[in-house]
Design a protein around this ligand. Structure first.
Ligand SMILES: [Zn+2]
Length: 337
């Protein structure tokens, strides 16, 4: 295919320049927001338990051993780290994640201590105040499953510490979900912001399934051969699009993709047994971008996804492909398959 000799760089709007933001303050904001959601969550759990003694969210377990309640509470507590990271465009690096790992352990301990202090426990005979560690040990040993009708079962004894450990682990693990999700997002280091992802659409990588006689070996062999050819053609086209995008050849890119552009084509491709999903994670500031393709086989829950090699995309092409437009020729498809 002849490449456009003049890549359409002139159509690209001037790229805005933004001064880099100070990093330290952003990290502090992430930590503060996480601490706020942690405190709010623990207060909510505490109020729930005060409202009804039978409601102990942290004590919800799946299959006797999976601390579902603690995971859930941790998830809510840690949501602030992820949200603030998105808002501020602060990358959650390894050091920040270590801090985020340590803070909920401190928060858990503080919550235990505050709850203990609020009870003002004294020994029955001497009226001396009960020490925290005595209380903690006694409370842990006294844990039991709540049986039907809200009756407490046999106390765990020393096994209570195993459930203490499960509870803390669940709480900390739940708290890491939002930060780890944020970490997995594509990020532009130069601009210190998260990238956006544009769905470019689907490429065919197989032929439509057809009714054929099970016993007809020739027909089956022909179909299998057609599938192989279609798969090779699909991946070859993906490679070609990657080359054009890297070279800044927006016209060539459009021409190569044009055949599959309209909604009807896209719907037909979505129904094929195998297709290639095209995505463009890009920085909305500097248009640093990559072309990502995933080979999707099957549909729904049984779909298998295989990532294809990514290609760097020239900023001019990324800017053009992500430019909001109403023109029919430049419509970019958003498909969910
Ligand atoms: Zn950038």
């Amino acid at each position: 295919m002849p490449a456009d000799p003049m890549p359409a760089i002139s159509t690209v709007p001037p790229l805005p320049q933004q001064p880099p933001r100070p990093i330290g303050r952003g990290r502090l904001f992430v930590l503060q927001t996480g601490l706020v959601t942690t405190a709010l969550t623990l207060v909510a759990v505490y109020l729930l338990s005060r409202w009804d003694e039978d409601v102990n969210v942290m004590g919800w377990y799946f299959w006797w051993i999976v601390p579902a309640g603690a995971l859930l509470v941790g998830l809510a507590a840690g949501s602030g780290y992820g949200l603030a990271s998105r808002w501020m465009g602060v990358k959650i690096g390894h050091r920040l994640v270590l801090t985020i790992l340590a803070l909920p352990i401190g928060a858990y301990a503080a919550a235990q201590y505050i709850e203990f202090r609020s009870m003002h426990l004294v020994y029955e005979d001497t009226l001396e105040p009960v020490g925290f560690w005595y209380y903690f040990h006694a409370a842990t040993m006294a844990w039991s499953w709540q049986e039907r009708g809200g009756v407490a079962g046999e106390p765990f004894g020393m096994w209570g510490y195993l459930f203490r450990l499960l509870e803390v682990t669940g709480f900390v693990a739940g708290g890491l979900v939002a930060p780890l999700l944020a970490m997995a997002q594509p990020y532009c280091d130069a601009c210190q912001r998260y990238k956006k992802t544009k769905e470019l659409g689907l490429l065919p990588a197989s032929v439509a399934p057809r009714e054929s006689d099970e016993k007809d070996d020739d027909a089956r062999a022909t179909y299998a051969a057609e599938q192989r050819v279609a798969l090779d053609a699909g991946t070859a086209l993906y490679d070609r699009l990657g080359e054009l995008a890297a070279a800044g050849d927006i016209a060539g890119f459009r021409t190569a993709f044009e055949t599959f552009q309209d909604d009807e084509d896209q719907r037909a491709i979505a129904a094929l047994p195998i297709r290639i999903k095209l995505q463009l994670p890009y920085c909305p500031t500097c248009y640093h971008a990559t072309l990502e393709g995933s080979l999707v086989a099957g549909h729904g829950e049984n779909a298998k996804v295989e990532l294809l090699p990514t290609a760097p995309v020239a900023p001019a092409v990324a800017a053009e492909l992500t430019r909001p437009t109403t023109s029919a020729t430049t419509t970019i498809h958003s498909t969910t398959t």
